[in-house]
Design a protein around this ligand. Sequence first.
Ligand code: COI
Length: 370
Amino acid sequence: MSEAPDVLLRPGPVPALAGQRQRAAADTAFGEVFADHMVTARWTVADGWHDAALEPFAPLELSPAAVGLHYGQSVFEGFKAYHRTPDRAAVFRPTAHARRLAASARRMALPEIPSGLFVAATEALVRQDMDWIPEGDDRSLYLRPVLFASEAHLALRPARACLFVLLAFPTGNFFGAGGRAVTVAASEEYVRAAPGGTGAAKCGGNYAGAYLAQGAAAKRGADQVVWLDAVERRWVEELGGMNLFFVYGEGDSAELRTPPLTGTILPGVTRDTLITLARDLGLRVTEAHMALDRWREDCVAGRITEVFACGTAARVTSVGRVLGADGPWTIGDGLPGPVAGRLSVELAAIHRGEAADPYGWCHLVDRGTR
Ligand code: COI
């Protein structure tokens, strides 16, 4: 792997709206209004990673024959920076996201971006656009790195030139204000990932391939699609863009179950964080397969008391109702549950610096001299 180059400042004209627009922007739809800057870095077979620069957010110059556009050689990440003070931000687990991006890149025959460059790019962008970090519960600056094949060629081979771009946008609650419990619908027709496929990689095609199923779920009145395994069409894998947790029992004896990472599920950083937090709270967490029919039976029998989804964008979101092929069922009383609530509060306290951070998950970035 090549050495990480420094991120150089490449100045240019920037709209002078930072800090004014961000309050409104946090209430717009996800990823609609972008912060003023971005970081780009280039990779070629000959030179490795080079030319890393912080520059104004602007359209890219790209050949229409760029491999990433045609063959989907493209991976991305999503992580967040939280407001601490006007001059300090906490970026959550950037190195975990750098590792996952590298794993996704390997799967898609893309070059791995060095963790040092990933973190340096993050620091440069967060420092520059600190005024874009919204304050308040559920609000943050969402950081979106994308790495794709930019070489202009249409032969079927991995590209020899790639582009990394890190951009940012302020975001609020993914499912709208209020933290309601969402409705999910199991997809009988489509599958997200098959053994040996790209399910564990955060590649663009996994998301494009989900649109039809997501649309079908929305038509049935659901917020999200539930993916079942591709072989038996029986085992619950994950939601549209989130991992799932099932809660058995209540109070301190509650036990959490989440499907194991067998290669068809995205290894969520929030999933990993919640497993750790839950265990630290004294709850038992098991990675175990969950059949769709068992999900229903255990809800009807009252054994499953709540279910929640998690992801960087959605954080911790309770699931209140499931639409199966044979009819719907409700989880508990259909409202957000206490375990999800407790984990959500614990996580938010770490983000805001109000709770101890024993694992060093928060990477602090200071504005430096103004
Ligand atoms: C995230 O949770 O950050 C995701 O990447 C899911 C989706 C919004 C693309």
